[in-house]
Write a protein that binds this ligand. Sequence first.
Ligand code: NAD
Length: 460
Amino acid sequence: MNTASLPSELQKLSDYYKTGATLSYAFRRKQLLALKAAVQQYEKEIHDALYTDLKKSPEEAYASETGLVISEINYVLANLRKWMKPEIVATDMVNLPSRSTIYRDPLGVVLIIAPFNYPMQLLLKPLVGAIAGGNCAVLKPSELTSATTTVVNKIIRETFPPSYIRVVEGDGAEVIPAMFSAFRFDHIFYTGSTTVGKIIYKQAAEQLIPVTLELGGKSPCIIEEDADLQVAARRIAIGKFTNTGQTCIAPDYLLIKSSVKERFLGYLVAAIEKFYSSDPASSYEYGKIVNERQFDRLTGYLQHGKIIYGGRHDRAALFISPTIIDEVDQESELMKQEIFGPLLPVLTYDDSMEAMQIVQLNPQPLAFYLFSHSKQKASEWISRIPFGSGCINNTIWHFTNPHLPFGGVGNSGLGSYHGKYSFHTFTRAKSVMKTPTWFDPAIKYPPLKGKLKLFKWVIR
Ligand code: NAD
């Protein structure tokens, strides 16, 4: 988009929102059904684009992108009428016989910014929430996944008028500041790195725009001595190496009780080879790194420890094999930055305190994983570590459960979404108290003199 036309183009969304067209249940339902039909109609094109951008197989693309958007729409459609109903709440004694109600108001025109790693789902899943909330939306997809962005832009243009929902493409560092100076959004929903999240937060703060920040971080994965090691190996391998490790909630590093390390690593290598073969470069199941910049960053980390499995790479093919790294330098970038690639550092511990101290070096992770059968250990870890969301004896699948809020804490984000939590993120509680006129006690009006004792009895 030509940034000079941004003020007038974005103003059209605000004008459309103000007509009230987006408010009714019937309108929201119709748009959700239209979005679902479009995703279904263009499923093959979306999957082809995801193959071009990230070498995702159609099966993986469905399970982690198109299918997730469709199931989110279905879930929202099944519940939206109920969520939209004004909620009658109790009224305190002072205000009786008034009646108190909470309405959920749309926010207005929202901006949704997405990263490259799940470029369709992380743009359209928040959009489902924005539509359900009765908003207009501007979508800013990642510039790094141009094939997917092209298809998504086409779907949006064919499905919605640009005064209701539109895509603005381009380099985020240019178009986002241009949009901020052209128009005041009512909410920013940003998914991406913590570094850029801070820039967005600052720019939004200047105009007092509320934000939801879905950020990254180093998500630990703890393996206790009593874990089912074979199952853990399978679930960690899939969580780490799906999308070549470019998953915000992938286990970033392993912390394993030293007594079970060797046995576990044997199972892990077996799981990797079962899923991606001993030649992952030619595996149907295995993806690629998004671009040379990320490839160079990741291969730079290979020197930060001892490679005990994998380590193969090919810049021309943007390929890095599933890699396990031992004897990791704790002070290296590998352990300080979010890895976001198929490199798995393995650290060991002998007592839980030691492991907790390592986790706390990168506080407030987005996800946290524990493999153990002990309820006591689980409750200790869950209560001691602040994290966005996580699993016990599993990895990453919690993202797909619409009943769970998804979001980070502190360094890993602000706010949450999915299912009803998206509806709440994209609406605002509006409280209204209705007071009948037939009862109007004099105690509430001046003169107040002499009523202190009575006030103290009533207001407590
Ligand atoms: P990124 O932060 O580089 O980019 C995200 C978006 O921000 C893109 O649309 C980009 O155009 C825009 N952008 C980039 N620089 C900008 C700037 N200076 N000003 C304004 N906008 C700018 O992230 P990425 O590399 O695409 O994605 C990877 C990161 O996203 C990882 O840190 C990962 O953990 C995180 N992530 C988080 C979640 C989550 O749900 N919490 C999900 C996926 C990815």
